[in-house]
Design a protein around this ligand. Sequence first.
Ligand SMILES: Nc1ncnc2c1ncn2[C@@H]1O[C@H](COP(=O)(O)OP(=O)(O)O)[C@@H](O)[C@H]1O
Ligand SMILES: [Mg+2]
Length: 371
Amino acid sequence: MSAVTVHNLVKTYASGGKRATDDVSLEVADGEFLVLVGPSGCGKTTLLRMVAGLETPDSGTVSIGGRDVTDLPARQRGLSMVFQSYAIFPHMKVRQNIGFGLMMRKVPKEEFDRRVKRAAELLQLGEFLDRYPAQLSGGQRQRVAVARAIVVDAAVLLMDEPLSNLDALLRLQFRAELKRIVSQIGTTTLYVTHDQAEAMSLGDRVAVMRDGKVAQIGAPLEVYDRPADRFVGGFLGSPPMNFLTATVRDGSLVIGDVSLPAPDLLSTWEGHEVVVGVRAENIQVSEEPAPGWVPAQVEVVEPTGAALLLTARLGEAQLKIQAPATFPAGPDQQVHLRPAPKALRFYDPSTGLALAVDQGLGGRVGRRVTP
Ligand SMILES: Nc1ncnc2c1ncn2[C@@H]1O[C@H](COP(=O)(O)OP(=O)(O)O)[C@@H](O)[C@H]1O
Ligand SMILES: [Mg+2]
C-alpha cells in the first residue's frame, strides 16, 4: 500500500513573498499515475520536492502508505525520483548508473545483475550496459535515469519534467513508452509537467495547478470536457477552449445578434451576462445557411493534416473551430456554425468559475448557480 496523501501543504521560500504552494491537498491512490500540470512557476516542483523530502513545508503533512513522513528525511521515505537534468554519473558505466541504488543497499552481485538487466531491458538499454553516458544520446541518458529510478522497486516514483530535455519526436516516443513501463510495474507515480498534452496522455488523473493551488483534479477527459474554471479550459487543449460573452434574455442566450436556447441551468441568470465556453471540435461548421445555424466570417485557415483549424469572427468574438480536413474554406468566406449538442459550458464572468459541474469532480469546482 503506497498511496501518497498531502494535506494543506504551504510553502513560502525565504526570498519570495508569495506562497509557492498555497494550502494544497491531494491524494495519489495506490498504483495510480497522477500528473501535476500547470504553467511555469505554479508550484509543481515545490510540491514534488516536499513529497520527496527535499523541501520542508511551512505547514501541512505528507503521508505515504498511511504513514506520516513529514519529518522523515528523503532517504527513509521509500521513493525514487527522476529529474529533468538526468543527473546520472558521467564516470560510471550504464550498468553502475542503473544499479547505483542497489549498490548503496549492498544488494548481492547476482541479484544486482538480474535486476539491472531487467530494468535495462524494460528501457531498451540492454546493449548499452558497458557504455559511459558520454557515449549515449540524450534520449538514452534519460532512459538510464528512469531505469535507475525503477530498479530499486521503490513504493513511489516521482518524476519532474523527465521528457523536457528531449526533442519533440523523441519526447512523443518516450512518452508512450513511459506509460507502458509505469503501467507494467504498477508503481504509485507523481509526475510533473508543464505540457498539457503530456499530462492528458499519461495521467490516470491530472491535477491542474495555478498560483500554488490545485484548480481542478480529475480524469483527463473529465477535466478537459468540464473545466472547473476558465483558467483550466484555457490551459488544457490545443487550441484552448473558446470563450464568448453572452446575455441571458427571455430564456435565450444572446451573443451579439445571435440567439440560442438557454439551458435550464441559466434560468437564475435572466438579465445577466455569462461566459460561454466551447471547444473547437464541438462547433459544427457548414457552407450552407440553415435555421438555428449562426453565420460567421472565416479569417484564417490552418491545415493540421488531420483537420482544418479555422479562426472565425462571430460579432466581437473570435472563435477557433476544428473543421474536417476536406472542408472547403478560404479566408473571408462566410460559414455557418452550430455548437454540438450539450457542448456549451458556462462560467461566472466575475470569478471565472464554472456555473455547474457534474458532481464527483474533485478540486475547486464552481458551484455558484445564481449571479
Ligand atoms: N529555491 C527557491 N527559492 C526561492 N523561490 C523559489 C525557489 N524555488 C522555487 N521558487 C519560487 O516558487 C514558485 C514555484 O516554483 P516551482 O515550484 O519551481 O514551480 P514550477 O515547478 O511549477 O515551475 C515560483 O514563484 C518560484 O520562483
Ligand atoms: Mg518545475
